[in-house]
Write a protein that binds this ligand. Sequence first.
Ligand SMILES: C[S@@+](CC[C@H](N)C(=O)[O-])C[C@H]1O[C@@H](n2cnc3c(N)ncnc32)[C@H](O)[C@@H]1O
Length: 449
Amino acid sequence: MHRSTPSSRAGKAVQDSGQAVRASAARTLVPVITAKGSLADLDDHQVVTRDRALFRAMCYGVCRTLPRLEALAAQLLKTPFKARDADIQALLLLGIHQLLYMRIPAHAAVGETAGAARLLGKEWATKVLNGCLRRLQRESAALQAEVDRDPGVALLHPRWLLQALRQAWPDDWRAIAAANNEPGPMTLRINRRRGDREAYLARLIDSGHEARLCNHSPDGLVLDTPCDVQALPGFSEGDVSVQDEAAQLAAELLGPVLAPRPGGRVLDACCAPGGKAAHLLELFDVDLLALDSDATRLARVEDALARLGLSATLLHADATQRDWWNGTPFDAILLDAPCSGSGVVRRHPDIKRLRRQSDIPKLVELQSRLLDNLWPLLRPGGSMVYATCSVLREENDEQIEAFLARTAGAIATTPQELSWGRPVGDGRQLLPEPESHDGFFYARLKKQG
Ligand SMILES: C[S@@+](CC[C@H](N)C(=O)[O-])C[C@H]1O[C@@H](n2cnc3c(N)ncnc32)[C@H](O)[C@@H]1O
């Protein structure tokens, strides 16, 4: 009779947890690979604490490299899996990803990924997965060379997006694609109402983190190694938030408008989850109306402001309408418009699967309706900052060019002398940079008095 010893039981528990984390990752990935859901609400509580970083790395890593993993899976399978076996397809992608992109011993990548099929109730798939992954080990170089003949596969982007990047940025598209494929750094914004960033940097270092000051945002710090927010000193007390450096630059454009008019009435028309709204409130004494059409996301703004000790009027409403407006004009408006997210692909790699080419004209139309609807709400002499986290010109400088052409009394006042980005038309474009900021566009517009 076989008796389990403490060490064999411990070995089995580790193995089970290895299979469990892969089964959970496969379940999480099914909606993304079938283009039905996103990773936005990734819940890592479904795996044991020790495996959470691995779980996140696997889910995000598979999304980041999806076009190449799928091309390799197609080479490895004699016939594709049936639609009802999308979880097994996800396991195959996870296995390929571990073998090619993660520092996981190959025997664990193969054995525990194949074994995870049992936890999904599909014992039959263990043999198929084992066979495919072992073949990848044997024929790795040849299979990779074959799929990389397609530039979309080699550069890990859907073909339409690569084409759009190439058209918008003929000299930079490869660098943008490369930046999209690397996870962005974890960037912090200190709450200036509670201290300055040099003091916070010292606290970070005292608590064992390595970090440096951001180059462009005076409130930003970049961590050398990402960590759980609860490990940041003073996070719960509101001393600091997580926000990319490019997103922190809205405050620089709004500063000259807001600082001289304490108590000014400001509209943040697309505010959720509240990063830019909170930053403005940390820096300026303004009367902020923060509006968003997504109630769930608006609840996150409430939480963020409560943690940071800030206050604004929050409103669940549609900024393409005016039924919510009380008729009092705003001194300044921030329109951080819904967009393709093509500048933040590295933070939301599921964009590569979920965003369609046909979305772009619809987004451009929505942005132009938001501009036209909100502009009359600005007082004469007031300013609007238009922002997107896109690198596509039709959402950015071309959008602003068309708005200025059809809007009497609107002039661009985007500063020419800035340490960041590059001038494009009447705005400023940042392209995503490894170890630095995301891709963003800003334009400042003034209503002539
Ligand atoms: C780029 S995000 C805003 C990010 C936010 N400004 C921040 O810094 O955290 C765009 C937001 O626009 C909202 N939105 C989309 N269409 C809208 C509409 N018609 N009216 C108001 N908000 C809208 C979305 O729900 C989303 O939260």
